[in-house]
Write a protein that binds this ligand. Sequence first.
Ligand SMILES: NC(=O)c1ccc[n+]([C@@H]2O[C@H](COP(=O)([O-])OP(=O)(O)OC[C@H]3O[C@@H](n4cnc5c(N)ncnc54)[C@H](OP(=O)(O)O)[C@@H]3O)[C@@H](O)[C@H]2O)c1
Length: 376
Amino acid sequence: MPYPYVLLSAAVSLDGYLDDTTSERLLLSSPADFDRVDEVRASVDAILIGAGTIRADNPRLLVNSADRRHARVAAGKAEYPLKVTVSGSGDLDPAANFWHTGGDKVVYTTDKGARRADALGIAAEVVPLGPDLNWRRLLEHLHDERGVRRLMVEGGGTIHTQLLQQGLADEVQLVLAPLLVGDPDAPRLFGPGAYQGGRLRLTETRRIEDVVLMRYEPTAPGTGPLPSAADRHWLALACELAAACPPSATAFSVGAVIVAADGTELARGHSREAGDPVVHAEEAALAKLDPADPRLATATVYSSLEPCARRASRPKPCARLILDAGVRRVVTAWQEPDTFVTAADGNGLLTAEGVDVVVLPEYAERARVPNLHLTG
Ligand SMILES: NC(=O)c1ccc[n+]([C@@H]2O[C@H](COP(=O)([O-])OP(=O)(O)OC[C@H]3O[C@@H](n4cnc5c(N)ncnc54)[C@H](OP(=O)(O)O)[C@@H]3O)[C@@H](O)[C@H]2O)c1
């Protein structure tokens, strides 16, 4: 199921704290950075914070600029983004600013928490997600029921930690403030636990008065059948590579990327690469790697089109090449139409041999566009 694009936003001290332990909220950003945050808020469909941040900071979570609110309305959007919070207990203060400012509000909670929130008379839609709170179900609900395509998450640390650890954050926008907290009881941005191995991708750094904004994207593929945010980024790259193929009247244009478990790109390829008129994208990418590379066993192959199951131009179809390489996970966008081969089922072949095949149909259109001359 598609999820919203999830953007984590936070400011931290030089020693990695989100706040101190006093009852006053610690101001980490500079005025110009608060204005940048306001601009990001104005650009999203919804803003989410945890119940802990409502209790600690009693925030309003508004778009403060009237010009930005007018621009939202002129663009046909609600004046304010939807405000979302998450609480397992449902133990929320009905008088908190969160409920009484801005536009629509939603509380995601457990069955038990929903009974508590309803009894407290919380002025918001209360959505129980079962005995436990499941982030994927929450994101699906926001996407499907509330039309949220971009979600900004403004903390606190408990929320950021779970979304990053579960591979659900598309981007981290981190502001580093030039002050130190030094109190081990203060809340940290990211808590202990299992994160992706390897490195995130740094996509931007920007000085804003005396703070620095850093933007990162996760790179590690998901595991098993569950897609991660990084899976979507790599599949988007495969679709871009498809668009770079020399066109052909007798074969599809396809892009492929092979990515190690720690998010390192191992190889990429596209159809008819390097003047070879029949080479396929996955074949071209695999040919760049040593077949004995131990990283292949835990790698993911991203292909804009389902790997082929039958072909006339070479002895082995791409699904077989992937199996022979020992790859156990494939992410793809578009299932092969009957244009050249009837009922090709590369995904079925891979699945039958125990490979986890993840299909993200929301990318199928991007994969199809470079092939419109073939499919109409
Ligand atoms: N510097 C910054 O950019 C920034 C931004 C935001 C917040 N902060 C600071 O961060 C601190 C608050 O952080 P925090 O980690 O304590 O709180 P938090 O992340 O805001 O919220 C944690 C609460 O969310 C609910 N929750 C989270 N995950 C859940 C799950 N999987 N299932 C059920 N419920 C779940 C629980 O609510 P219940 O307890 O109701 O069950 C939990 O106590 C404050 O000091 C605040 O000032 C700083």
